[in-house]
Design a protein around this ligand. Structure first.
Ligand SMILES: Cc1ncc(COP(=O)(O)O)c(C=O)c1O
Length: 463
């Protein structure tokens, strides 16, 4: 037992270190510093077991969009628990809220999508989307059309197939991934990956041409789908460069490659529209979504698909005797009831209009961080944004990663009362609950801003 566990003996912290394998955590660091146990939530704030309260500037993991104690969601869960706490949807059985949620999602979906499949997490939704693509292509007599293209720097989850599409080394190294169906095309990060003096539109043209080149190298007959987050979240809050999707879509159409929009972060208002696909003019054949679907109060995710895919999949299922895919908790009635209530609240309270109303202030405050010499780029849309660090006063030269600068900034900001997240490209993300009010947004950014002069000074002292 190491020193710090002894120090914390018998406390919940010590038990957490001893008995819990913490996801996405450096074990030595958590053993040294202890985990932070969050005990309660109220609106946009959470409080830890030491009684310290923070503004949750990341909505947890980009997900608790309605804040941390929405009574109507809790009542929806309790009400459904009392009526029917569980039923499955295998062998033609189903519960009422599951049907209603499927209908609601189709009502609000873009691009005339027609059918829904339910899972429990974003990763499962993406794995399901991949299986649907394979099933669909096989049914159409082209079983070799199996490869899926994602973009470098994208995040699609951690299950075996989803992690293969997640093109971030931390999700693959040590796991013998990616699997060989996954291909990765150029990183669409204009700030870091554009050439000197390359306009955004020209950068997008280059990305589109790289995609087409990859398709032709691998053979279009071998490529089943392309998957993209409308804006890349965990990889760095990277917005598509101008015209990007307008150039990509015709290439996919030309080679009969399906378009999967991973809306796990962007869906349900985050970018100021119901879907990121609407914000960025994407015409998806499949949408995967999770997180904001239930404001993260309960695990649920969904895959929405076009009529063509639904019909082909059902035809194949009839040929084979059944659709051989499903989770015990697919369409769980309690999760479906909470998701339905989430969507109802979004409509009744005009949450998307509220996001649009907050967007200018949000972007103004994100942009305000430019005044610090260690910040090279700021960006955002709706209520999601990032500030990316560089060597002080350089255009885009990165700080030495050994300094873990963004992690240090996040720590300092947290000490000043706001929880944020450090991103792998040395940036910090902002993703507050969608219900954040003007006064709260101002407080959040005042607290962030207050910490920056000291951090800026510190960045100048780094080698
Ligand atoms: C865009 C995107 N897709 C998929 C996932 C995976 O979701 P989950 O962690 O629920 O499996 C995430 C998680 O952050 C995500 O951001």
């Amino acid at each position: 037992m190491n020193k710090s566990i002894n120090g914390l003996k018998n406390s919940l912290e010590a038990k957490s270190i001893e008995r819990y394998l913490h996801p996405y955590t450096n074990p030595e660091m958590v053993a040294e510093n202890g985990p932070q146990i969050i005990e309660s939530g109220d609106g946009i704030r959470v409080t830890d077991i030491d009684g310290k309260t923070y503004i949750e500037g990341m909505s947890g993991l980009w997900c608790a969009s309605l804040g941390f104690n929405e009574p109507a969601l809790i009542e929806a869960a309790v009400g459904q628990m009392k009526e029917l706490p569980f039923y499955h949807s295998f062998t033609g059985k189903i519960s009422k809220p599951t049907i209603r949620l499927a209908e609601k999602l189709i009502d609000i979906s873009p691009n005339n999508l027609q059918k829904v499949f339910f899972c429990n997490s974003g990763s499962e939704a993406n794995d399901t989307a991949i299986k649907l693509v394979w099933y669909y292509q096989a049914s159409k007599g082209q079983p070799q059309k199996r490869k899926i293209i994602s973009r470098k720097g994208s995040y699609h989850g951690v299950t075996l197939a989803a992690a293969s599409l997640t093109a971030l080394s931390y999700a693959q190294v040590g796991f013998s991934l990616p699997l060989d169906f996954a291909l990765h095309t150029t990183w669409p990060h204009y700030f870091q990956n554009s050439h000197q003096d390359e306009r955004q539109e020209d950068f997008s043209k280059r990305l589109a041409s790289d995609l087409e080149k990859l398709i032709n190298e691998e053979g279009p007959e071998n490529i089943g789908a392309f998957i993209a987050e409308p804006l890349m979240g965990a990889g760095g809050v990277i917005l598509p460069p101008k015209e990007y999707f307008n150039l990509i879509q015709p290439i996919l159409d030309k080679y009969e490659i399906l378009m999967i929009a991973d809306e796990v972060i962007c869906g349900f208002g985050r970018t100021g529209s119901m879907w990121g696909s609407e914000t960025f003019n994407i015409k998806p054949d499949i949408i995967t979504c999770a997180k904001g679907l239930s404001s993260a109060y309960i695990p649920i995710s969904a895959v929405l698909m076009s009529k063509d895919i639904a019909e082909e999949v059902e035809k194949q299922a009839n040929n084979l005797g059944q659709f051989g895919h499903g989770y015990t908790y697919s369409g769980h009635p309690v999760a479906a009831a909470v998701a339905l209530k989430t969507l109802e609240i979004m409509e009744d309270r005009g949450v998307i209009d509220h996001v649009k109303g907050m967007e200018d202030l949000f972007l103004e405050r994100v942009s305000g961080l430019r005044e610090f010499s260690c910040i090279g780029d700021v960006r955002g849309v709706g209520l999601i944004g990032a500030a990316e660090f560089v060597k002080p006063n350089s255009e885009r030269e990165k700080l030495n990663p050994k300094h873990k600068f963004s992690a240090k900034v996040v720590k300092a900001i947290q000490e000043n009362g706001v929880i944020l997240r450090a991103l792998p490209i040395d940036a910090i993300a902002f993703c507050p609950p969608l219900v954040i009010e003007e006064k709260e947004l101002t407080e959040m950014f005042d607290r962030i801003h207050d910490v920056m002069p000291e951090m800026d000074k510190y960045s100048k002292a780094l080698d």
